[in-house]
Design a protein around this ligand. Structure first.
Ligand code: PMT
Length: 227
């Protein structure tokens, strides 16, 4: 039921955290649950989109009507996203680890006389920035910004640095009031839509409602593009 304004549109969505292994039993991760990204994938599919979700490790079921690829690390997520091009739009909701350990030990690192290990870190590729400047860049590129301070300023910087059309900014320092567990991991969100034409503040709502509104916005934007 309902209108299908995204029929025939291929849309890539990333969701969830990435896990960056340290050794066979340990990894670096973050508090992303995938709730916001999965809700967006589902909302886009309800509007008729051909939705290709690339998900990091989450405990959520794959959304109905969506094609889901499961990955673990940032580098796997980047490869999976690029393999899905070309697309009409990309919505990068995943909380991709900015860093990984320089090396991953083949064996479990033992506790020993040497004391705690020092983990040398290297930067992960920026998937959004790569897509934002890709030769086969989707018509519409939407990034997120998880900030704990100067939300609007940092999101505006990310818009340009990552070559996005929109940045959906959320304040992930919010741990009370919005919902138990905070924006990362919880069920509600309050976002600002940052574009070159300004900043639009949306009220706090369920992640499913944020997803619904964002899907409508994406449908209108793609509609205005003459292919
Ligand atoms: O998963 P939930 O529990 O529902 O929580 C939702 C959320 C808080 C994770 C989500 O709403 C959100 O803010 N996602 C972006 C998280 C993030 O990593 O933000 P960032 O400001 O570090 O990154 C900015 C953008 O660049 C994001 O679109 C991110 O996907 C992308 N990025 C970042 C680093 C990297 N190496 N590659 C990327 O593509």
């Amino acid at each position: 039921g309902g209108p299908k304004p995204l029929a025939g549109r291929r849309i890539i969505v990333t969701s969830g955290p990435t896990h960056e292994p340290i050794d066979p039993v340990r990894y670096i991760a973050n508090r992303s649950s995938g709730k916001q990204g999965h809700a967006i994938a589902a909302a886009l599919a309800r509007l008729g989109g051909d939705v290709q979700l690339v998900s990091g490790p989450v405990t959520l079921p794959d959304p109905a009507g969506v094609h889901t690829t499961h990955v673990e690390t940032a580098r796997e997520m980047k490869d999976a996203v690029e393999a899905l091009l070309p697309a009409d739009a990309a919505v990068m909701v995943a909380a991709v680890a900015d860093w990984r350990t320089d090396t991953q030990a083949d064996q479990k690192i033992k506790k020993g006389a040497g004391g705690p290990p020092t983990l040398a870190m290297v930067e992960n590729p920026d998937i959004l920035a790569g897509i934002g400047r890709h030769a086969r860049r989707p018509f519409l590129v939407v990034g997120f910004a998880a900030e704990t301070q100067d939300v609007s300023e940092n999101a505006t910087t990310k818009l340009d640095r990552k070559g996005a059309d929109f940045i959906v900014a959320n304040d992930v320092s919010v741990t009370s009031g919005v919902n138990e567990g905070g924006v990362m991991g919880g069920t509600r969100n309050r976002v600002k839509i940052v574009s070159r034409s300004g900043i639009e503040e949306w009220p706090e709502m369920d992640k499913a409602q944020v997803a619904e509104r964002l899907a409508q916005l994406i449908a209108r934007r793609l509609d205005s593009i003459t292919v």
